[in-house]
Ligand binder design. Sequence first.
Ligand SMILES: *Cc1c(COP(=O)(O)O)cnc(C)c1O
Length: 369
Amino acid sequence: MRTLTIDLDAIVHNYKTMLAKTTAAVLPVIKANAYGHGMVEVAKALEAAGCGGFAVADVAEGLTLRSAGVTAAVLAWLHDPADDFVAAVANDIDLGVANVAQLRKALAAAEVSGEIAHVHLKIDTGLGRNGSSVDEWPALLEATKAAVATGKVAVIGIFSHLSSTGETEDLRQVERFKAALAVAEDMGIAYEFAHLTASDGSLAYPDAHFGMIRVGIALYGLDPFSSNRAAEYGLRPAMTASATVVQTKRVPAGTGVSYGYQHVTERETTLALVPVGYAEGLPRNASGKAHVIINGKSYPILSRIAMDQFVLDVGDDNVQVGDEVVLFGDPAKGHPSVDDLADAAGTINYEIVTRMGGRFKRVYVGGGK
Ligand SMILES: *Cc1c(COP(=O)(O)O)cnc(C)c1O
């Protein structure tokens, strides 16, 4: 009735597309259920394609990957003080470390578990979010140096994240990142990977790839600049949202449709009921602006999107119960793009795919399945 079709071949294709654009390692970012695509399924498809590591936000997400049998490296960087670093270290989850308290906790976890804690030190070069401030950086490095000397902590990476405010601001962050790396090197701290850019920075600044790039949205085949140009980067959208028409009826002119009568029929027409609402993540404020495809033809969602359903005015077209309605998918197949729906809702493609859920069923195609 309601389906999110996830094309794992498209995700593998996008991973390889990004690999081909860099000499650095590519770290797929699969946090938040792989932006709604299914974290475990995406990880397994990429692992089968030779990918050696993943990034998530929380330790809990990393543990979910381990429980599912994912053996590639996993990095988690957003921690609650209550998060279980012992479980993380015991399960070989690399920890993003933003301050001395987190570093001490990683060291303690290594002592308890008897395993080495692998860390990626995070410096805030100007996003104003997670990471050590430039002022605290030398103290974090000192503490790291002492922890490394115990043999219980190993520094795998040093990383930061761009604000994507504009080229001037981003390039200023690149310079601050280089300076932070130089401070670490001067203090004799060895690391394997420096990594700064996400999808947008990786496409925009090929000279700022360092040893690794973290790729989220591009992996799912969407334009990180939200300008509907993913195909120009060689990316293929991986998620198609569809549903079936569950009821049709003829109504006279002047019929008010759905809450608030946002749409009133102009003439005798057919209404088609689609069982997807904001419970599935379809933004209510896309009402009156988004459009969908049935049998290759585009229909605007004129009436208000409700919790469970919306109604289309299909005129005299031969739309039948059981016909497929595509909410978004691959523009190359004539579907509305995720960017189209994002624009209708006043948001970005990231939010659209990540919020898809509710009663949608995920169906996987490709990826060896
Ligand atoms: C989410 C996230 C990414 C991935 O960003 P995309 O724009 O989706 O490629 C990379 N790095 C960090 C720190 C993130 O939080």
